[in-house]
Design a protein around this ligand. Structure first.
Ligand code: COA
Length: 258
């Protein structure tokens, strides 16, 4: 499907979504967010996709936030709708049962930081900067930032970032656990490919069930321990379990995809 604000590409079983508004620091307007949601749904439904990467075009920005020009004259109800729609997009990213990596190639601010945080892992180039500057605009984060930032960096640092609007660099983000790896910008995509390729040879049901258990930890309506017991049991009696255990005993690599 052709998109206006993003580019998508499927190569070697990896689906890449590139935010394509370089002249506007890849700011996330409402249509662009809906395109990301559609692309995510397309990628998740395609059995030929083993992993997804979200990145920004150019060398300066992953995404510098929601499009300020677009929402400047919004009313309270429009603001609420914007937030609800944004949450739905972020949840689609986070709830995906295939690995979703953010390749953070520059500024990840506001909604851009929230989008990166909705991904399962963040790989950043040294020029990446993370921040939630909404209080500069008389706002608060609206796409889950107040919640996911606490999950990733802890309450004290999250409150500092949310209330001072200070940006942090890639190195500090890595120390805080917000970023998994920092690599040169020229190697950013390669690093993401290598992580997805590593995951792609593991048991797909193992990956999907692991993702569900991890998600359950953060869902107050779910009992993560109970879900783990259920999913662990459900792995038995499956072809993937048979292949995994047989391949170990036969001293060969497991082949889960064919
Ligand atoms: N919404 C809309 N437009 C944005 C934007 C955003 N969040 N972030 C950047 N842009 C636009 C700028 O308005 C500018 O457009 P113009 O060339 O038509 O004037 C263009 O992108 C380039 O940005 P500019 O500010 O000139 O680049 P810079 O290198 O001086 O600064 C940033 C980069 C990211 C520090 C700065 O753009 C910024 O602070 N952006 C807003 C971040 C923010 O508050 N995000 C949260 C939104 S809720």
């Amino acid at each position: 499907m052709p998109f206006q604000f993003i580019r998508t590409d499927l190569a070697n079983h990896i689906y890449t979504i590139t935010i394509n508004r370089e002249d506007k620091m890849n700011a996330l307007n409402a249509s662009l967010l809906q395109e990301i949601k559609k692309a995510m749904e397309e990628a998740e439904a395609n059995p030929g996709v083993y992993g997804i990467i979200i990145t920004g075009s150019g060398k300066k920005a992953f995404a510098a936030g929601a499009d300020i020009a677009e929402f400047k004259d919004f009313s309270k109800s429009q603001g609420q709708q914007l937030s609800e729609d944004g949450h739905a997009v972020m949840n689609t990213v986070e709830n995906c049962l295939k690995p979703v990596l953010a390749a953070v190639n520059g500024f990840a601010l506001g909604g851009g930081c929230e989008l990166a945080m909705a991904c399962h892992m963040r790989i950043a180039s040294p020029n990446a900067k993370f921040g939630q500057p909404e209080v500069n605009l008389g706002l608060i984060p609206g796409y889950g930032g107040t919640q996911r930032l606490i999950q990733l960096v802890g309450k004290g640092k999250a409150i500092e970032m949310l209330t001072t609007a200070d940006m942090i660099g890639a190195e500090e983000a890595q120390q805080l656990g917000l970023v998994n790896h920092v690599v040169d910008q020229a190697e950013l995509m390669e690093k993401c490919y290598s992580i997805i390729n590593k995951i792609a040879v593991k048991s797909p049901q193992g990956i999907a069930k692991t993702m569900e258990c991890v998600k359950a930890y953060f869902d107050t309506n779910k009992d993560g321990m109970a879900l783990e017991i259920e999913h662990f049991g459900s792995c038995f009696d499956t072809k993937e379990f048979e292949e995994g255990t047989s391949s170990f005993l036969e001293k060969r690599r497991a082949n889960y995809r064919n």
